[in-house]
Design a protein. Structure first.
Length: 301
């Protein structure tokens, strides 16, 4: 019988085999020639990760679609973020203590991206009474801000849906308490390595209590933009913009958080923060705009 070559393609591999009449002998003489250098990835892409957008030290492999690279979740980078601490101490004729902490954590999974924000501020001063010679300590600032957000990432897409909850307790602010729940659509509009721009918007509900103990609640529309950009290998800029627009004519607010971070050594950095918060209806005898400037020590992981 005349021998001829048969061509078989199975599951992405090319098999070149000699022809035989005996099926068992055919099976024993199969030789595989790979059609491509690697198999398709086992994991989904993260939101915002296209075939051209790859992070350093992440697992990647060539695909059969034109040689582009596809990324899976790196198990060593599931958790990330930074913790910062600012401390001001003064003594002598004027004694005061101010402690500011901030923790921003990211939990990156195949289908979800979770974000947690914890901010605290406490400041205590001492006042000297000339009549009695005593010093009285009193608190001038006390604030706690908590935020939790989860994004469900659509398969191989930069789009996602999010749910967000926030709570602010500010003992000396225009609003002693502010809380909100929001859900909607989010998009990673830009990503290049560790640099990214996230946009999100959606409806929600908000609750607030003024310093005069007046409470109100109603529907809001939430809009936010978050930018993280590396200026150089050791310097980065972060900008967060948040709008909470009241849909029933009550208090609307927006907040801007800007920070410039400079690496000192390894995981330690110095960070300069500038925050602006605006409330359209803070109550009688209250300023609509609050600002805060701080310098902190940051530990990143």
């Amino acid at each position: 019988m005349k021998k001829f070559l048969s061509l078989v393609i199975l599951t992405g591999s090319l098999y070149l085999t000699p022809a035989h009449s005996n099926a068992a002998e055919l099976e024993n003489n199969v030789q595989a020639i790979p059609l491509g250098q690697a198999a398709l990835p086992q994991e989904k892409l993260r939101s915002g990760q296209t075939y051209q957008q790859l992070k350093e030290n992440a697992f990647s492999t060539d695909s059969a679609l034109g040689g582009d690279k596809v990324q899976a979740i790196d198990p060593d980078k599931v958790w990330g973020g930074d913790v910062e601490l600012g401390l001001v101490l003064s003594s002598g004729n004027t004694q005061s203590t101010a402690i500011r902490t901030n923790a921003e954590l990211m939990h990156e999974l195949t289908d979800f991206r979770n974000k947690y924000l914890i901010q605290t501020l406490i400041q205590r001063n001492s006042q000297f009474d000339e009549a009695t010679g005593d010093k009285t300590r009193y608190t001038t600032a006390q604030r706690v801000n908590l935020v939790a957000q989860s994004n469900y990432k659509f398969y191989q897409s930069e789009h996602s849906i999010f749910g967000r909850a926030s709570y602010l307790n500010d003992r000396f602010g225009a609003f002693e308490e502010q809380g909100s729940l929001a859900a909607g659509y989010a998009m990673r509009a830009y990503q290049d390595g560790d640099d990214y721009l996230d946009l999100e918007t959606g409806p929600g509900i908000a609750y607030q209590q003024t310093s005069d103990k007046n409470t109100s609640s109603g529907m809001i529309w939430w809009v936010a933009a978050n930018l993280d950009y590396h200026l150089t290998a050791s310097n980065s800029f972060r900008q967060a913009l948040e709008w909470s627009v009241s849909l029933d004519g009550k208090n609307s607010s927006w907040q801007s958080r800007s920070s410039l971070t400079s690496q000192v050594n390894g995981r330690l950095s110095m960070r300069l923060n500038f925050t602006v918060k605006y409330d359209s209806n803070p109550g009688q005898f209250r300023q609509k705009t609050d600002t805060e400037t701080s310098a902190t020590l940051v530990y990143s992981f």
